[in-house]
Design a protein around this ligand. Sequence first.
Ligand code: PLP
Length: 452
Amino acid sequence: MTTTQPDPAAGAAVHAADRAHVFHSWSAQGLIDPLPVAGAEGSYFWDYDGNRYLDFSSQLVNTNIGHQHPKVIAAIQEQAGKLCTIAPGFAVDVRAEAARLVAERTPGDLDKIFFTNGGAEAVENAVRMARLHTGRAKVLSAYRSYHGATAAAINLTGDPRRWPSDTASAGVVHFWGPFLYRSPFHAENEAQECERALAHLEDTIAFEGPQSIAAIILETVPGTAGIMVPPPGYLAGVHEICDRHGIVFILDEVMAGFGRTGHWFAADHFGVTPDLLTFAKGVNSGYVPLGGVAISAEIAATFDQRPYPGGLTYSGHPLACASAVATINAMAEEKIVENAAEIGEKVIGPGLRALAERHPSVGEVRGLGVFWALELVRDKETREPLVPYNASGTANAPMAEFAAACKRGGLWPFVNMNRTHVVPPCTVTEAEAKEGLAALDAALAVADAHTA
Ligand code: PLP
């Protein structure tokens, strides 16, 4: 691997320039200390001081193909030499090819692709399509979910980040999805959790009025909120409820899609085909901003003779589409989705379960593919979280200390509230996964010190 020569002075200059002029997302500007990054390759990135980090966050769970994949870089460069930009209304080879490759992989009849510049915009458009298709206004979404930071998407989001910007939540109703470890339904097993979660959804629909509900949106496997794999039968049950009431079923696969769970889409694990499926992140590993909505034949037909009122100047941008074509082709050629499944099943899953045996701070391990969460607790018996549920993980002492210990050990973790997520690129090798598990093992000793 080529790492750039350490150059602390250059790093200090980048840091100073950043602090002078960059206003960072999701941050109190005076309380942050962003790491100056000098470069990245594969599963690693490095700073200007010579520290290299194994990226167990995949940035924001998006670099599924790893950093700086040569085929994707070459495709972007080639497209830049050919056609950098063209308005969304034109037919272009690279956009059509990206749409074909996505449509070929999405489940069932999701054969029309509306491109966006990212995940939240995909969610905004899916909701708009559902409302126009049904002529209804309300949208149901789950607590313990994340759907993005734009107007509709943040209102759909079922976590405390919604509160400060919650100015326009009209039409959004939240309900509880299944999560056995902290069961909202006091269930004792997965079958009970599934049955009670479906009954709760039925009740919510009955009290809201099925005729007023345009859509139910769910993350297939809720990611940011804790990687909670739904019990068998839950998603199929939601689908059946939607069909019965003429409600559009939207699965948000912005985080779970494109290999993360060990299948192209998480929906493949559960044999469900939604009416609309949102994607972003892994579609091109974020090399150029891209997302989209995969649309069923029935919903696409709504807009056959009637214009769809949506789209931005950069929708389906050629550079983004070229990077998606190269990413999807490389993932297929190099069997990257299969790698995610195998490393998850053989190395990461068993490795994390072994850590849970050894460490009193690990309350639960859950996940699939390269999409895992460790729930850190003060007490395994009571399941009291290591930091309160709505506390920002990295701003809170035990989790901040845990994150710092990971970084000292050369591991960049994804810490959220009382959890650390284990979400390396889908290209992660067995040796890298083991290196990361060893670093986690050492850092968990810091969390153990805070247990009861
Ligand atoms: N939906 C899900 C499930 C996500 O995980 C995210 C981002 O993490 C989004 C939507 C929003 O995506 P973006 O940040 O690209 O707007």
